[in-house]
Design a protein around this ligand. Structure first.
Ligand SMILES: C[S@@+](CC[C@H](N)C(=O)[O-])C[C@H]1O[C@@H](n2cnc3c(N)ncnc32)[C@H](O)[C@@H]1O
Length: 213
């Protein structure tokens, strides 16, 4: 049963990666527009901006190795990263909450989760993560930060009371300026540990001081 699900996830991912090849053209259009006005989140409504397949496979392995079950994701886009998370949690019998600001992207992601046969493991919350994750009161084993970078600290602080000593916070685009500001802020506190991966594109944050069981 699980192997059939894995095959459907792989097939859906292959199709999404084929489509995501056009991101370069879409980004060029966004860059051109930015000469006349500041960029807006809606400029990226057609773009995947996804993690790489190497990162995805690594995420799946991490979930399996650490037996992670309760996953929260900031930044669904069309669901590529979420499908990798799903390929991990079907092995650990876990589930995912993911949140996306742009409704059309969230709806397409839900279609992709249905196509891959994993929609029952994924709750998609449409809207600003600062609101959709407000009041979250369940333990989090893995938090994937992959929305707009200026909100990483806000989302981290919003959810930190749900972390425990085995929680992993997976920070994508760790090499971007705004993410560095976030990481440097946390680095002032010796309670956090940092592990860099994927040539510095990713940082994992852990802390033995997160005590929630
Ligand atoms: C880098 S993309 C996510 C890529 C996705 N994780 C993947 O690998 O397939 C960032 C996404 O975060 C969404 N986003 C940005 N700000 C957000 C917010 N405040 N709340 C929810 N989603 C947000 C954007 O609309 C965009 O689709």
């Amino acid at each position: 049963m699980i192997s059939i699900q894995q095959t459907r996830i792989e097939a859906t991912l292959a199709q999404l990666f084929r489509d995501s090849k056009y991101d370069i053209l879409k980004m060029m259009k966004v860059a051109a527009k930015s000469f006349v006005r500041p960029m807006q989140p809606s400029d990226f409504k057609e773009a995947y901006l996804s993690i790489s397949s190497e990162q995805g496979k690594d995420l799946k392995q991490l979930i399996q190795d650490k037996n992670l079950k309760n996953v929260v994701e900031f930044g669904t886009s069309f669901g590529i990263s979420t499908l990798y998370l799903a390929s991990g949690v079907i092995e650990t019998d876990g589930h995912i909450i993911t949140t996306e600001l742009i409704e059309s992207k969230a709806l397409k992601a839900i279609e992709n989760f249905q196509k891959a046969g994993v929609a029952d493991r994924i709750e998609v919350r449409v809207g600003d993560a600062v609101e959709t994750l407000q009041g979250h009161r369940e333990p989090i084993d893995l938090l994937l930060l992959d929305g707009w970078k200026d909100l990483y600290l806000t989302i981290f602080q919003l959810l930190e009371s749900n972390f425990h000593s085995n929680t992993i916070v997976y920070v994508d685009n760790a090499d971007m300026n705004e993410t560095r500001v976030f990481l440097n802020t946390l680095a002032k506190d010796s309670r956090y540990q940092f592990q860099s991966k994927h040539q510095g594109k990713v940082v994992l944050i852990t802390s033995q001081h997160w005590l929630r069981a």
